[in-house]
Design a protein around this ligand. Structure first.
Ligand code: SF4
Length: 255
């Protein structure tokens, strides 16, 4: 059993083609800009209106429900994407769901913050067709200030995946957050990290937005909401320029 808080069909920003995004609850990070605060706690919880966020779900019925759209996935090159929260916070459930998805003929993607034990790299790599791997900051202190945890394990996991997996199976995703990593030095360091590890390909840039305010209120954490300045068109151009070239191609919003 796992705790799932949303299943969204026809997702087009969570991997190739038409996909179903499965949102698992629980995350070891506490990013101050988090757009999904309702995902952070591992257990089902009630919102301010008393409605439940998250429910216990078994992997067989979850994948059975997703697999009903197999014809759409096949026609579009899509599949299922496990996201959250941080899906690896529920590893036994995630592995079973991935196995069942593969057995049902689904292309599998995993959106991850990368904060999981290295012993899980090989089991995940055997089951995940595409990793959408968050790369938030390469500086350990900045990462800890922004997310509450250091980045040593995250960077090591990303390095392993980039080294061991064929090109095209890992796509880095950078949440672009003013006041955290949108400055020139931070974004150039991210680009350098990827190039140094031989990565060549798209880099998804996920822009900060301040629309989550209502979500924080919904889970009784209005005091935790922190706003940042919106990214201007000029910001976007400058940021993309720093992550362009040398084999990298920035893509705003993912795909
Ligand atoms: S890793 Fe993602 S889900 Fe977890 S706290 Fe950060 S932004 Fe939120």
């Amino acid at each position: 059993m796992g705790v799932v808080y949303d299943v969204q069909g026809y997702a087009v920003h969570d991997g190739p083609g038409i996909r179903t995004a499965v949102f698992l609850k629980g995350c070891p990070l506490r990013c101050w800009w988090c757009h999904n605060p309702e995902s952070q706690r591992p257990e089902p919880e009630r919102d301010a209106r008393g409605d439940w966020i998250g429910e216990d779900t078994d992997a067989a019925s979850l994948v059975g429900r997703v697999a009903r759209d197999l014809p759409f996935f096949t026609a579009s090159g899509g599949g299922v994407t496990f996201t959250g929260g941080e899906p690896t916070a529920q590893l036994p459930f995630l592995l079973e769901a991935l196995d069942r998805a593969r057995a049902a003929g689904l292309h599998t993607a995993l959106e991850t913050c990368g904060a999981f034990g290295s012993r899980w790299l090989a089991p995940l790599a055997a089951r995940v067709d595409l990793f959408l791997f968050d790369l938030k900051h390469v500086d350990a202190d900045a990462h800890r200030r922004g997310t509450g945890v250091g980045n040593r394990r995250i960077l090591a996991n990303l390095t392993w995946l980039l080294r061991e997996l064929a090109p095209g199976r890992v796509t880095p995703r950078v949440p672009v957050i003013p006041g955290f990593n949108a400055d020139p030095a931070s974004r150039r360091a991210i680009a350098g990290f990827l190039r140094d590890r031989g990565y060549r390909g798209p880099v998804h840039l996920m822009p900060y937005h301040g629309l989550a305010r209502d979500k924080y209120a919904r889970v009784g954490r209005a005091q935790d909401f922190r706003a940042a300045p919106a990214l201007t068109a000029a910001d976007r151009l400058a940021i993309a320029a720093d992550l362009d070239g040398g084999g990298l191609s920035p893509v705003w919003g993912g795909a």
